[in-house]
Design a protein around this ligand. Sequence first.
Ligand SMILES: [Zn+2]
Ligand SMILES: [Zn+2]
Ligand SMILES: [Zn+2]
Length: 325
Amino acid sequence: MKICDICGNYNLKENNYCTHCGNKLITEHFCPFCSESNPDYATYCIKCGRQMNPLYIDSFDVLFSEFNENLLSNASIGDVEYNKLLSEIFLRAEHFEIEGNTIKDKILNFAGIFTQCYPKSRGYERGFIFLGNKIFYDDRLDDSVQIATIIHELAHYLLFTIVESLLCEIFHVKTSSTLQSFVWYFLTLPEFKIMNEYCAHTVEGRFIPYGYQNYGSFNVLVEDTSLDSESIETMMIFGNTFANEIIVYLEKYLDERLREEIKLQYKMDLKTPNFDSIFIETGECLPLVVKNSMLLKILYEIFEEASSSEARKELESIKEGIEVN
Ligand SMILES: [Zn+2]
Ligand SMILES: [Zn+2]
Ligand SMILES: [Zn+2]
């Protein structure tokens, strides 16, 4: 029997996909040439010596191999495949009843299906996401502000997961701390931080009432960047496109009724809108196929850049951080 790590369904051992949710269930690593069972991380078959895909990538030497470089430079993803990848990410929400005594608890429980959320009671930021997958929100703040923070950080998490899943698909592997380090490296490069932050603000803005948003973390990036205005706009459009993909799914679960409850929480907290303004804004979205071919091109460029020894040091330290936490 194989237990699905997404929905918990029991599957027959010969199944490669979960019969309940469609998740990939590969648990053994067979050589496609001689059928020998290999260790998960093997890139060369232990019996016949031919090159094969590892089940997961456990080192940067393997990640940046010529084999993977070729896979990435030739990669393409159709709209159907991409949408399948998105629906797999949100699949776990399908089996979840959003419950809680307060609307903040409900939002927290919802975010908790995707990743771990921890309260923090110190520091200046409202919240943050740590190395791609842990959400911290400040429990000293009013519930309404905590809700906005959790949704914002969840959007960061989901963008991370989308890129992670796409790379898993391209390299035919399960995720690993090595792969996650590369995703984190990419999303925190100065220009892509703008995309990432714009995406999170746009998603947050969909679920909290108008006029209450705080754009500080985005405005600071735009203020400090050395990018020209055209490049900034490209990053924003990119972020906006991702945000709209995420919003379509989140709206299914954070529905009208829950959004009303969020509004009510703002009233209960006696919040007055601050109408904080965002320096620059875009409503523009790229067609899926355009965005994805741009994304693949960018990922390839970053991949080339990240394989240099200078970037490797940074990747190693990100990986260390992911593994300790
Ligand atoms: Zn399943
Ligand atoms: Zn073999
Ligand atoms: Zn953010």
